[in-house]
Design a protein around this ligand. Structure first.
Ligand code: GA4
Length: 332
């Protein structure tokens, strides 16, 4: 496993990071695990998306060395002097960010790089900072994104099959589209001292992901928690060789609320730093998002108004992390 050799402090003049009390990890935790080679996988995925909006995937077919290669590139970047890293920021929304998340005052114990799947949409500065090894970094990113797009599409095709939707690429074609607005987030959560007894810093505050699907891979440091339907939080035991899949807001809308966009958050660890890489599969900006008519034929039964992904994205960027973003698009 790759670890940062030296603890990195976040050198950004924001002192107040919110804190939470960590949730105990339950040994009999209920998070579903789906083996993608299991003939029953599509049924299990639909069930997990309905009950949790979240599940772990094993036997996904992505080579371990591809994941560790990108992780090593990320670690190499995060270990650079702050002044160099800052040259790849601020994130608008793509590029390097430290402590500040989004444009509306959210903060967390985190530094990150956000990249669009389309390299032309990422900040020019990002490539400058990777100046010493730009091809190596970009190759690792491109290869990883290519594989993760495949995993996302495979899962989305299992979703459509499990729901009995035809054609089976109804959802995956939005992510496969060359104009798909997908992105990759590389996160580094440095270790954090306990603030007061049992209180740790919040790495990434609670939120749902706006896109269709998110695929997360992390090192073996804990921190991710998901919110259950009853409002309780469950700690997700880390597993560097598996992927964790989230239902995003757009998929909640397209299934008319049958699938839940899962609320989740990350707490800093007191002993080890966490590195995660998340692929967000999004539709093209001009794509219309609405409940799928094959699932909900009568528009009167739609819980959401139709919107374009571009409209949803700009509305999301006007919101705070913890806001309920779909509220604006619900039918009265
Ligand atoms: C949450 C999911 C993704 O990480 C992200 C985030 C984005 C950002 O960090 O720039 C947002 C957040 C995320 C939702 C609300 C807005 C936008 C920060 C924020 C406060 C890249 C995304 O697409 O939406």
């Amino acid at each position: 496993m790759v670890v940062l050799s030296q603890p990195v402090a976040l050198d950004n003049p924001i002192s107040v990071i919110p804190t939470y009390t960590p949730v105990p990890v339950f040994t009999s935790q209920p998070i579903p695990v789906v083996d993608l080679t299991d003939p029953e996988a599509k049924t299990l995925i639909v069930k997990a998306c309905e009950e949790f909006g979240f599940f772990k995937v094993v036997n996904h077919g992505v080579r371990d060395d591809l994941m560790t290669r990108l992780e090593q590139e990320a670690i190499r970047f995060f270990a650079l002097p702050q002044s160099l890293k800052n040259q790849a920021g601020p994130p608008e929304p793509y590029g390097y960010g430290s402590k500040r998340i989004g444009p509306n005052g959210d903060v967390g114990w985190i530094e990150y790089i956000l990249l669009n799947a389309n390299p032309q949409l990422s900040t020019p500065n990002t490539s400058d900072v990777f100046g010493q090894t730009p091809q190596i970094f970009r190759e690792a990113v491109d290869e990883y994104m290519h594989e993760l797009k495949e995993v996302s599409c495979k899962v989305l095709e299992m979703v459509t099959e499990g729901l009995g939707i035809e054609p089976r690429d109804t959802l995956s074609k939005m992510v496969r589209d060359e104009k798909s607005d997908s992105c990759l987030r590389l996160n580094h959560y440095p270790t954090a001292e306990e603030e007061a007894e049992n209180m740790v810093k919040v790495g990434f505050g609670e939120h749902t992901d706006p896109q269709i699907i998110s695929v997360l891979r992390s090192n073996d440091t804990a921190g991710l928690q998901i919110c259950m339907k009853d409002g309780s939080w469950v700690a997700v035991p880390p597993d560097h060789s598996s992927f964790f899949i989230n239902v995003g807001d757009a998929l909640q809308v397209m299934t008319n609320g049958r699938f839940k966009s899962v609320k989740h958050r990350v707490l800093a660890d007191t002993r080890r730093s966490r590195v995660s890489m998340i692929y967000f599969g999004g539709p093209p900006l001009s794509e219309k998002i609405a409940p799928l008519s094959c699932l909900v034929p009568k528009q009167d039964d739609w819980l959401y108004k139709e919107f374009t992904w571009s409209q949803y994205k700009s509305s999301a960027y006007k919101s705070k992390l913890g806001d309920y973003r779909l509220g604006l698009f619900e039918k009265q």
